[in-house]
Design a protein around this ligand. Sequence first.
Ligand SMILES: Nc1ncnc2c1ncn2[C@@H]1O[C@H](COP(=O)(O)OP(=O)(O)O)[C@@H](O)[C@H]1O
Ligand SMILES: [Mg+2]
Length: 268
Amino acid sequence: MILGFRDVKRGFPDKPGKILAIINQKGGVGKSTTAVNLSAALGVNKKKVLVIDFDPQGNTTSGYGIEKEELEHDIYDALLNDYPIEDLILPTVENGVFVVPATIQLAGAEIELVSEMARETILKNILAPIKDEFDYIFIDCPPSLGLLTINSLVAADALLIPIQCEFYALEGVTKLLESMKMVKSRLNPSLDVFGVVMTMYDVRTTLSKQVVEEVSRYFGNKVFKTIIPRSVKLSEAPSHGLPINRYARVSKGALAYARLAKEVTRRG
Ligand SMILES: Nc1ncnc2c1ncn2[C@@H]1O[C@H](COP(=O)(O)OP(=O)(O)O)[C@@H](O)[C@H]1O
Ligand SMILES: [Mg+2]
């Protein structure tokens, strides 16, 4: 039986909820893959997780097998139409893991938000009343530094930055950290980097190894010990609408995200 979000107990009943923005303005680095598979792995460990799909591409939504065409409302309606967030929270195949979906409708928000009052704090205000009902709330960010991303930076307690093991991995990261600092100084003083996760690691190349070393020099112990390997199974899972732990339970991708979930939990 699939339970509504108010029927599921939290794994950390005494701790405040934590909002993590899964962020990197580069596209294709593994944000959505991490949002889906890390949340599912945390769900397996009895944590209660909400994933806000905040990218008009809606990859987290479809990655969890939610049919976008059948949705009447999505996160756009909470942002711009005062639609109650509680009514947007959908259950997933993973017990304890819930999704607020996004559709292409969200693309309009980037422009429509410009004329809104307090346009940078809308997501923060939407999440405030439900924050402590979850152990973690993930925001799967779009690949840009526009108003949706600024809203994520204002709403988040900390950032989870996926970095792909490839040339120019750190390109753009300085810009992201500048945006973080700007938001930190004006709107969200406690914002910080929660962790950096290296993705699509290829054991056959020395490049992957070099990139991990370079990123580790830059971010120090913020880099998670768990490295996500490049894996065909991880790229196939979304087309089946399943997280990796359901699609290929004993694959190296599933193992890696399970390990990452443990590390995330240890960090708080
Ligand atoms: N570890 C991985 N191994 C293989 N393919 C991956 C891996 N992580 C992501 N992908 C694939 O790479 C593409 C981009 O990943 P995605 O998570 O959508 O990135 P982003 O959300 O940052 O744009 C997708 O097709 C996804 O299936
Ligand atoms: Mg994405």
